[in-house]
Design a binder for this molecule. Structure first.
Ligand code: GLA
Length: 401
């Protein structure tokens, strides 16, 4: 009898915690991660200063919440197997750092790996999942990015399920970010396991390039955009396709950064900044904190956009929004400017996966340019303008009744 009661109690406990975890990412998570800019060069000063900058720059106010330390924070496991941060880089310990981040009204994220070592060669969580989850809970971790290096012999779904159950058992609500690069089609199995899953290999700070590392490549914005097709039906509130952390402010031109941010918003992508928040140009700050673009990403319908027009250098992306509104993004993929003439009245935009249909001969919409905030006429007129190279034009369309 005692056993039955215990099993029943555990079931209720897991169920309750599972429900608690469900609400954590009803819109795509927003935050900052150390990897794209700092790689293994992380320490507690950087993380504290980044938390400060997230508040003073206006990013927190714009919706960014998580401060995530990626690879290489780790020291050794102790004789009982508990993981500790590198004592030289994190002398105050992770609990103190989490407390500091929480005191700023932000949330704290950390990184581990399903294999025996992380991609950076630090201790992974394989065989230590429950112990690590307990440790993270005791530190006050709110977000776990869980990588896939050194996982020979493991099956992704099972490995991520084990860590999810360990997080549930530890009891502290944690956003679970699955990072197995889309290798095993996580969109097909990861929705009950994690809140977001990487769909591709690593991003690289260029608009249109492949960076060859010998045995693997990292990818520019356009390459990542092109890499996965027909997976938008798997995304939605609580479970997102993740095309990787952003490279805004890491060396691309202003047009390219603006296009990158717009395209991530059109994909309902997690918005995880990857630049040095302590030394941002006004231009970078303005892009990352554009509230009208962020509102398109964070729209509560949670529908990832679809490609409506796909010409060689020119694309039109459409994202259904609440209240019968929509976002439309014109993308110039080439580095040459082009003349744009778009006759709305001849367009019927039909969502291939969800039941949305926008027939502009039947319904008139007000156009708002989301980057400038200016009203830009309505859909009864043809939109004519010049679109710079590697740039976008992005509108929110509001029905006129
Ligand atoms: C992998 C991930 C990256 C980053 C590094 C850290 O490459 O895809 O996002 O976490 O590992 O080593």
């Amino acid at each position: 009898m005692k056993r039955v009661v215990t099993v029943f109690a555990c079931f209720i406990f897991l169920n309750v915690s599972a429900q608690k975890f469900e609400d954590l990412a009803l819109t795509p998570p927003m935050g900052w991660n150390s990897w794209n800019k700092f790689a293994c060069d992380v320490d507690e000063n950087l993380i504290r200063e980044t938390a400060d900058a997230m508040v003073t720059s206006g990013m927190k106010e714009a919706g960014y919440e998580y401060i995530v330390i990626d690879d290489c924070w780790h020291g050794e496991r102790d004789s009982l197997g508990f993981i500790h941060p590198d004592p030289d880089r994190f002398p105050s310990g992770m609990k103190a750092l989490a407390d500091y981040i929480h005191s700023k009204g932000l949330k704290f994220g950390i990184y581990s790996d399903a294999g025996w070592q992380t991609c950076g060669g630090k201790p992974g969580s394989r065989g230590r999942e429950y112990q690590d989850a307990m440790t993270y809970a005791s530190w006050g971790v709110d977000y776990l990015k869980y990588d896939w290096c050194n996982t020979e012999g493991l099956k992704a779904e099972g490995a991520y399920l084990t860590m999810r159950d360990a997080l549930y058992a530890a009891g502290r609500p944690v956003v679970f970010s699955i990072c197995e690069w889309g290798s095993d089609n996580p969109w097909e199995w990861a929705s009950p396991i994690g809140h977001l899953w990487r769909t591709t290999g690593d991003i690289y700070p260029c608009f249109d390039c492949e960076e060859d590392h010998g045995t693997w490549s990292s990818w520019g914005v356009l390459q990542i955009l092109d890499m996965r097709k027909n997976i938008r039906q798997y995304a939605g509130p609580g479970h997102w396709n993740d095309p990787d952390m952003m490279e805004i402010g890491n060396g691309m031109s202003e047009n390219e950064d603006r296009a990158h941010f717009s395209l991530w918003a059109m994909q309902a992508a997690p918005l995880i900044a990857g630049n040095d928040l302590r030394n941002m140009s006004d231009q970078t700050k303005a892009i990352l904190t554009n509230k009208a673009v962020i509102a398109i990403d964070q729209d509560s319908l949670g529908i990832q956009g679809f490609k409506y027009i796909d010409e060689e250098d020119f694309e039109v992306w459409v994202k259904p929004l609440v209240n019968e509104e929509l976002a439309v993004c014109f993308l110039n993929r080439s580095d040459q400017s082009r003349e744009l003439s778009f006759d709305w009245k001849n367009q019927v935009m039909e969502d291939p996966d969800f039941e949305y249909r926008y027939d502009f001969s039947q319904q008139k919409y007000q156009l708002v340019n989301v980057w400038t905030g200016k009203k830009a006429g309505n859909t009864q007129k043809t939109t004519k303008l010049t679109l710079s190279g590697h740039d976008v034009l992005m509108y929110r369309l509001i029905p006129v009744h």
